[in-house]
Design a protein around this ligand. Structure first.
Ligand SMILES: Nc1ncnc2c1ncn2[C@@H]1O[C@H](COP(=O)(O)OP(=O)(O)OP(=O)(O)O)[C@@H](O)[C@H]1O
Ligand SMILES: [Mg+2]
Length: 173
């Protein structure tokens, strides 16, 4: 991704870090198909070893975006929200690990589900409700904020490549 985009609507929302004021990409979508297409586009910059933290409310389009990313790696049809297992593995042209931490109640559960062992040079890791992993989320990583837009089916996505704590949009932990 290239070029910086101001994140004028972000400060303060979801308790995110207001000092992280620039995103590399911002895009609004009007329907699910456009979000899948965006995911497909974002996948171009992803490869083994990459981590994507997805942050946003219920229904904001995180899983749809994941499906789009997975489509680019040939494994979209397997994608469901890993609500009970918390982690799903998909075999595409690249191995994809898909986590959903919504049901996580304490960060010490993460080691029990194998979260720390997820990150390796041989897979792409996509994490919904990533903020719940707090300091266990590794750098560098992509952070993607997903939000409801003004109309029912509008969603707004903002993405940044984050190399260290100071660039993160997540609240300090
Ligand atoms: N522009 C859009 N992009 C993505 N999804 C959309 C859009 N417009 C409507 N939708 C609908 O919104 C819902 C998004 O659901 P999705 O499961 O992706 O959300 P989520 O952020 O993963 O939620 P959760 O936190 O519950 O996992 C779907 O039902 C989808 O059809
Ligand atoms: Mg989801």
């Amino acid at each position: 991704m290239s070029g910086k985009v101001a994140s004028e609507n972000i400060p303060g929302r979801h308790g995110l870090n207001p000092s992280a004021d620039a995103f590399t990409l911002a895009r609004a979508t009007r329907n699910e198909l456009e979000t899948r297409s965006l995911g497909n586009d974002l996948a171009v910059m992803l490869g083994p070893g990459d981590v994507v933290a997805l942050i946003g409310d219920l229904g904001s389009g995180k899983t749809v975006l994941v499906r789009g990313i997975c489509a680019a790696f040939g494994c979209a049809e397997q994608v469901t929200s890993p609500s009970f297992t918390l982690i799903n593995e998909y075999a595409g042209t690249v191995k994809i690990m898909h986590c959903d931490l919504y049901r996580l109640t304490a960060t010490d559960q993460l080691s029990a589900i194998g979260f720390n062992d997820l990150f390796s040079d041989d897979c792409v890791v996509l994490i919904e409700w990533a903020e719940r992993a707090g300091p266990l989320l590794p750098y560098p990583r992509y952070e993607i904020v997903c939000e409801h837009g003004d109309s029912r089916d509008e969603r707004v996505f903002r993405a940044a490549f984050v190399e260290s704590r100071s660039d993160s949009i997540l609240p300090a932990t």
